[in-house]
Design a protein around this ligand. Sequence first.
Ligand code: C2E
Ligand code: MG
Ligand code: MG
Length: 588
Amino acid sequence: MQHEPGDAYEALVQFLYRAPIGLAQTALDGAVELLNPMASNLLMPLATDAGLDNLFDVLAPVAPQLPAMVQAFIEPSGMICEGLRLPVGVQHAANGPPQVLSLNLTKLDPERLMATLADVTLEVQREQEMLSRRLHSAARTDSLTRMPNREAVREELQRLLARAQDGHGFAVLTLNCDRFRQLNDSLGQPGGDQLLMHMADRLRGALRPPTSRREPGPRSSQLAARIGGDEFVVVLDGLRMRLDAERVAQRLLDVLAQPYVIGGHEIVCHASLGLAWGLDAAALGQHDPDSLLRDAGIAMVEAKRAGGNRHAVFEASMRERAARRADIEADLRQALADEQLFVVYQPVVRLLPDDGVDRAAGVEALVRWRHPQRGIVPPIEFIQVAEECGLIGALGDFVLERACRDFMDWQARLGAAAPRLMAVNLSRAQLGQAGWIDSVGRVLRETGMPPPCLQLEVTESLAAQDQDTQARLHELKALGVQLALDDFGTGYSSLSSLHLLPVDTVKIDRSFVCQADTSYHHRVLIEATVKVAQSLGMKTVAEGIETQSQLDVVREQRCDKVQGYYFSRPLPAAELLDWLALEVALPG
Ligand code: C2E
Ligand code: MG
Ligand code: MG
């Protein structure tokens, strides 16, 4: 279609007049030459008494930099600025967002500028909403595993607790690696992170996707989250019974227990799991996500204390036990600072072929706590707490150093009559601590203790654990010290795997020895242990001898050494010296 020149001009004017974008033509100083209605609409809220005569004056409150920008732009034409956001500040609707304009400024030729203006209020609002959604989801996501974090778990629990009145069953499962600190030390942090990511993947994979709303039965959802370090949480919703939750718990533990391959090495990492049943909590009037998480955590600690790689269901009595442990922990910190800990020594005697005994064969150092209110506390009540709260390092160092010093003191005082071997117990947490083996070497050097006179005792469940532990045991052996396998018969390893452990001595547990004279079965076990140990060149010690007839049995079985109340209870250092001096008057 052909237009007359007049029509074309009119069409152009109409086009500019109706364009849904603000257009303005100005001189280089901002003096307005042409302005379409949209431009004056958009600029009006900014206009002062001077009206819309000069674009730069109008925009001065929100874009004072414009004159300088134009001056700095020396090219004859081109884009001076693009998409400059101008917060006009007025609101269209009562509660609407404040208006924002977008400005493009173009130099048309050496004398003229063209400004285009658009209302981008909604666009800005959408951007901000998206950003805040992203921030919100980042604040609820664990950056390492991309799992929901504690905040997300709390929100979910809040929702479920609110629905619990309707009898809506749900469970909170807290999972924690059994030896993460050790693994992290030996793998290095990147390896530790990788392990956590593998665990996260397995947890996600083991949970089924949410059921659709159309499926019959209760709608269920399963949330797997990481709430810190090596601590994961799974929230199971839409369950009929607690037993269903326990089944899932066991499945998760099984999945996590499969070996991991990290940096080309196969790693085994078991977890412990605590389960809190939401309806129990709600029935007790507990409507706070944090206490539910705490209860599941308390049950998890119980599972760990029971040996790990298992689950425990929260019961109210666990809370009291946890509080008591917290008391012990606080007192124990004080005890280390106030030197309330001390070491007693139980003689370990060697059985001689002529039915006699060598009483100076050695001693075992056993820690005690002189509690200001409770009196003497036995180690069974505090060693595990010390392991859990990280105090075992300081405690173990104290015992090792005290024992070595006392040992050297006896050598100086008694010469050939002094005990010839000092046994010191090790806890699994010590063996996993970075730098600990060096500190054993340091104590040996500083006290002058000959390494072959020190016997470190590890329980068989610890020694049998994994390649890593084995490597540590070999490092210890390289210091020249002896190793003993304590409490043999109570743990996992069997006679058939004894040859794999780098130990010099096997200590047969008291639970076998105390039935040596009454149970044929136990007698046979002792006999088999002694024979296998002997064939491997290892010595044997029978622990917990209390009677002459028990002694007779283990002597007949050719045990090398014995230890027990029959000879002596554990004694303070001074009394031990008396015991050694009173040799003739004692049994044996
Ligand atoms: P253990 O290393 O097997 O030590 C032997 C335990 O059996 C000692 O208990 C000892 O007093 C007790 N015992 C010895 N002979 C007899 C007996 O004839 N009859 C009876 N009923 N018991 C006897 P204690 O001192 O209470 O120590 C218990 C456990 O605590 C130790 O078992 C050891 O595993 C641990 N422990 C003790 N001191 C330390 C320590 O300094 N560090 C670490 N990590 N653990 C320690
Ligand atoms: Mg021991
Ligand atoms: Mg023992």
